[in-house]
Write a protein that binds this ligand. Structure first.
Ligand SMILES: NC(=O)c1ccc[n+]([C@@H]2O[C@H](COP(=O)([O-])OP(=O)(O)OC[C@H]3O[C@@H](n4cnc5c(N)ncnc54)[C@H](O)[C@@H]3O)[C@@H](O)[C@H]2O)c1
Length: 341
């Protein structure tokens, strides 16, 4: 199966390494690559020496017709490329956030409607084994009712983006659509749409929102989230959750050696042994991601859906769009809160 990779920066490298690992056990071959920075293109082509190279994503889409493209461009370029790919009958895996504005959500949905293609959004938290474990406990009611859920996603300030795109709200959607969207998407995946939500936020001196706290009500469960790009780039990346069920609390912290623990009502502690189908760490993307496992699982799922003709159920376009719409509302509230202080 021919694949085109558009954008070979931080996330593009993660996709590229995962695709390479998958190619030893699946019919998948990256036959075209695009990046406007030659050094990134030359690094990517080392994995696929026969791939055809393009300076821009639109050039690749003009000349190539792979079965699918992975769009790993800065977020403000997702819509244009996803629509062009769909209009050529190419299946799409687009990184999160799928897009940034209401207008773009409509453009992308329209393009999907007029083409027979599959589109998946890289809401990768849906593929993390610890978050899957939490959802399984919730779905089966293993520990009773979920009373509350706290989630945090802490990152140092981003320092790697092409032309500093992360720091421009119209290009990244700020920390809200770029980072916090992971947790809000997972909440929606597990608990459905919130009945209500409220926001507190802070901004960098430039005015760009850099920290958001959101409290949500989902029926009789409430959730609190924090997403932050800290002022220092040195702050280590950390994702965590604390889920309080009637009979146990499930606690995850990506920084801990025993990162997932179940503290039961009877005082015992269990460390669930989760299967990790690909347990490889690689820091060569140059961003705050080293664990390739969940990306491998996500991309494998996408390819399996395409090759078997199965509908994408875990992170289809429509779900990514709903998370963006919720994120847009939260960003508006965050800006209102900051400007009224
Ligand atoms: N799923 C995750 O965990 C995760 C993590 C980080 C980033 N992301 C998402 O991945 C996307 C990319 O982020 P990143 O961190 O890789 O950014 P990046 O700036 O490191 O990479 C983007 C790449 O696109 C290239 N590029 C820019 N314009 C281009 C064009 N017109 N044609 C071809 N190449 C072009 C740049 O040269 C750069 O190499 C964003 O949407 C981001 O939100 C997802």
């Amino acid at each position: 199966m021919e694949v085109g990779l558009i954008g070979c920066g931080g996330m593009g490298t993660t996709h590229n390494l995962s695709l390479k690992a998958l190619s030893s056990r699946m019919d998948v071959d990256v036959t075209s690559l695009a990046d406007c920075r030659p050094e990134f293109l030359h690094k990517a082509v080392k994995q696929w020496p026969k791939a055809r190279l393009y300076k821009t994503g639109m050039d690749l889409l003009k000349h190539e017709s792979p079965s699918s493209v992975h769009i790993c461009l800065p977020s403000y370029l997702h819509t244009k490329h996803a629509v062009a790919a769909m209009d050529k009958g190419i299946n799409v895996l687009v990184e999160k956030p799928v897009c940034l504005t209401e207008k773009e959500t409509e453009e992308i949905l329209e393009a999907k409607k007029r083409n027979h293609v599959q589109v998946m959004v890289g809401q990768v938290v849906r593929f993390f084994s610890e978050y899957r474990y939490l959802k399984e406990c919730y779905d089966t009611g293993k520990y009773g009712k979920l009373k509350s859920l706290t989630m945090q996603r802490i990152s140092g300030d981003t320092d790697w983006g092409y032309e500093d795109w992360f720091h421009q709200e119209e290009k990244s959607g700020s920390v809200v659509l770029d980072l916090h969207v992971h947790d809000l998407d997972f909440l929606r995946y597990m608990l459905g749409e919130p009945n209500s939500f409220d926001v507190r936020a802070t901004a960098f001196s430039s005015g760009l929102v850099n920290q958001i706290f959101t409290t949500y009500e989902f029926g009789d469960t409430f959730a609190v989230t924090e997403g932050i790009w800290d002022t220092s780039t040195a702050v280590p990346f950390e994702a965590s959750f604390h889920a309080c069920f009637d009979d146990a609390s499930i606690v995850f912290n990506s920084q801990n050696e025993n990162c997932l623990a179940v503290y039961k009502k009877d005082g015992t502690i269990e460390y669930p042994k989760l299967t990790r189908e690909y347990d490889v760490k690689d820091d060569s993307s140059g961003i705050n991601i080293s664990n390739l496992g969940p990306y491998y699982t996500e991309i494998k799922y996408f390819i399996q859906c395409l090759q078997s003709g199965k509908e994408i159920e875990i992170a289809p376009l429509e779900e990514g769009i709903k998370s963006v719409r919720q994120g847009i509302k939260e960003l508006k509230k965050a800006k209102d809160y900051i400007s009224n202080r």
